[in-house]
Design a protein around this ligand. Sequence first.
Ligand SMILES: NC(=O)c1ccc[n+]([C@@H]2O[C@H](COP(=O)([O-])OP(=O)(O)OC[C@H]3O[C@@H](n4cnc5c(N)ncnc54)[C@H](OP(=O)(O)O)[C@@H]3O)[C@@H](O)[C@H]2O)c1
Length: 215
Amino acid sequence: MTPFGGFAAYFSLIFDVRMLSGKNKMQTQNQRPFSLITGASRGIGEAFAFTCAQRGRNLLLVAFPDGRLEEVQRELLAAFSVTILIFPIDLTLADAVDRLFRYCQEKKLTFDLLINNAGLGAGGLFENIPIEKYLQIMDLNNKAMVSLCHRFLPLLQAQERAYLLNMSSMEATLPLPYKAVYTGSKNFVYAFSLALREEQKKDLFPSPSSAPGRS
Ligand SMILES: NC(=O)c1ccc[n+]([C@@H]2O[C@H](COP(=O)([O-])OP(=O)(O)OC[C@H]3O[C@@H](n4cnc5c(N)ncnc54)[C@H](OP(=O)(O)O)[C@@H]3O)[C@@H](O)[C@H]2O)c1
């Protein structure tokens, strides 16, 4: 399967669930499970949010607190009859995932979809980029992603069906000069997700990590 094949399969699986699940029709809007999407304030994450809302999914959207997330929330609420919650936070903060999880517990939210999309990169000669930037990339692309999987997996497993998508990149499998740390971080996402999928095969149905090329 090509990376884009995996991408498409992910969406068709979502579609199948909604078509087949009679249980959803009996639930009020807020009782329905949420989709948690990180990096949803722009780019691919915003597109995920739009597509999920269009399919009637309740959303909890996360992104860096810079105001753009509120705008996305307003746009989606104006267009679709779903619940859109937002949680602006810097996911590289040590306690960010714990704070997000506590918020979800307080609100008694359930989840059947987690999209770990937030990601960061930097291009240039390796030694010319400050180490702080590289640590930030690894904190977001790897540490936050693993923490989110670890925290939210039990909630996903509590559902009859649930899905997990970790955003990798076609660059994950290329030795890409001048993007060594980004490439390495996305290689981690890819390998981690494949291994996790094997572990979870019986209970959960995660898609392969998505590995888009340039968009
Ligand atoms: N675009 C491509 O060509 C491409 C190709 C392959 C893979 N990917 C991967 O796909 C994903 C999305 O890419 P994109 O191009 O759509 O990204 P993007 O437009 O740069 O958006 C990144 C998103 O992540 C959020 N974010 C950044 N730092 C954060 C932090 N510290 N805490 C919380 N949220 C943070 C941003 O929030 P703010 O807007 O508030 O800063 C934004 O919502 C990434 O993982 C990327 O590596 C992209």
